[in-house]
Design a protein around this ligand. Structure first.
Ligand code: ATP
Length: 443
């Protein structure tokens, strides 16, 4: 993966800051490497991404349920999962500039890849990626706990709890969205690789023998999800893992990749994890983790197909992919072409002038939209052109203008973001129209 962040990336990073999508964490103290804060628009965008995932994976399905497990887990979990002994990346340090690199990202292990340095690199060392902390007041090894590096293990250890409580039979899935932590050696590319991030993972438990067909199913379904929410098909691809890339327990793995300005990079991995995790937890906990099939009266350990996505990476991909510059010179406009379901603001209400009762009518329309849970924005400052431009730049799909005619006949002008098409409708029909347009965009 190329490490150079292109000009396009820095343009998007500065737009993200200026318009309140993403700020650097602790900026007034100089920032904290690889940590980012989502601002007012960013938090809406990321919530919409997580909601879209949850709807597709849990709400709209009969065979998947959710959980919300704690971040801190019993330390033996990480022995069983293999994270304590195996969750490490090879790293090298430059003896001259002291920078640290992931050895598997470098072509040449003889010298520092920074063009102006070229210093000698240290031997390759292994480095465990888990953050350690202590539980309780005494900071000794018996109190060590780890910040989870993936949400999946919270699902595996709860497999039987969930199965018995919900009385589901394989094939069925358990989904979770939550924070994970990895002490990455080389974080970077804005929010793409950070040390604290949010995952959207689902473990799909299937009878052994059905794993390969479900693996095919989920790789197609997950690729389609990104397309459904507007990512351009030519910027997406599936990349199968080579045999030597596979985790020791995985039978097959494929990455959904997106063509970021910094190169093709993973958004999500879909893996056939076999029955490895359940069997490991059975061995380490001494508790049976097999499913009892009522019909055959037999116990078995289901195989697991796992689509594991990152909420931050998906959000970044939706942001980057939505960015568009149209026209030239004074006609140039910057548009974030978000899918309406992901757009942080759905409707902007804009009285043409700040007088003659237009603000009052605008306020009423705005209130009505909010009362109907349609995230909207009211703006009565600057010229109408400037206000449209501001909304285009944050990806608002609909602008609604209140003008002189509105006061006479209670109609408003709707302006669509992508086509810039304008049409009049009765203000009383606005909520219905927005709802209909949003529904249509989901087809
Ligand atoms: P990578 O090879 O990029 O380090 P990975 O293959 O180790 O990722 P998984 O363990 O499969 O990642 O995690 C599932 C998903 O969680 C990833 O596809 C990604 O979207 C997200 N993710 C993993 N590590 C990070 C990170 N450091 N920052 C942001 N998202 C991450």
């Amino acid at each position: 993966m190329a490490v150079n962040t292109s000009e396009l990336m820095s343009t998007i990073v500065s737009l993200a800051k200026r318009r309140g999508f993403v700020f650097q964490s602790s900026e007034i103290y100089g920032g904290l490497n690889s940590c980012w804060d989502y601002g007012p628009l960013g938090v809406e965008l990321k919530r919409n991404v997580k909601d879209a995932w949850w709807r597709a994976m849990v709400t709209n399905r009969r065979d998947v349920v959710g959980i919300d497990a704690s971040i801190l887990m019993h330390p033996r979990v990480w022995e069983a999962s293999g994270h304590l002994s195996g969750f490490s990346d090879p790293m090298v340090d430059c003896k001259k500039c002291k920078e640290r690199f992931r050895a598997d990202h470098l072509e040449n292990l003889d010298k520092c890849p920074k063009p102006k340095c070229g210093g000698q690199l240290t031997e390759v060392r292994k480095f465990n990626l888990m953050f350690k902390t202590w539980m309780g007041p005494i900071e000794d090894s018996s109190a060590t706990v780890y910040m989870r590096p993936e949400t999946a293990q919270g699902i595996f250890v709860n497999f039987l709890n969930v199965q018995q409580a919900s009385r589901l039979k394989p094939p069925f899935g358990i989904a979770q969205i939550g924070k994970s932590f990895r002490n990455e050696i080389t974080p970077g590319n804005f929010t793409y690789r950070t040390r604290e991030f949010e995952q959207m993972e689902m473990e799909f438990f299937v009878p052994p023998g059905e794993d390969e067909q479900w693996y095919e199913y989920w790789r197609d379904a997950r690729l389609q999800w990104y397309k459904d929410f507007g990512i351009k098909a030519d910027k997406l691809r599936l990349r199968d893992h080579e045999q030597d890339e596979l985790a020791h327990y995985a039978k097959a793995c494929v990455d959904v990749e997106y063509l970021f300005p910094f190169g093709w990079s993973e958004l999500e991995g879909i893996a056939n994890r076999t029955d490895y995790d359940l069997k490991q937890h059975e061995q380490f906990s001494g508790k049976g983790m097999a499913y009892f099939d009522d019909e055959t009266k037999q116990h078995y350990h289901p195989y697991v197909v796992e689509p594991a996505a990152g909420a931050d990476r998906a959000t970044l991909a939706f942001l980057v992919d939505a960015y568009d510059v149209e026209g030239e010179g004074k006609d140039e406009r910057v548009v974030l072409r978000f899918h309406p379901a992901l757009a942080p603001i759905k409707v902007a209400v804009l009285p043409l002038v700040k007088k003659d009762g237009m603000p009052e009518m605008g306020e009423k329309i705005y209130r009505d939209l909010l009362d109907n849970s349609i995230k909207s924005f009211y703006d009565q400052t600057a010229s109408i052109g400037r206000r449209y431009a501001r909304q285009d730049e944050v990806g608002t799909p609909f602008c609604v203008t209140v003008d002189t005619q509105s006061l006479e006949d209670q109609t408003v002008t709707v302006r669509e973001r992508d086509s810039r098409e304008q049409y009049r409708i009765a203000s009383s029909e606005l909520v219905g129209l927005v709802r209909k347009k949003m529904r249509e965009s989901m087809k």
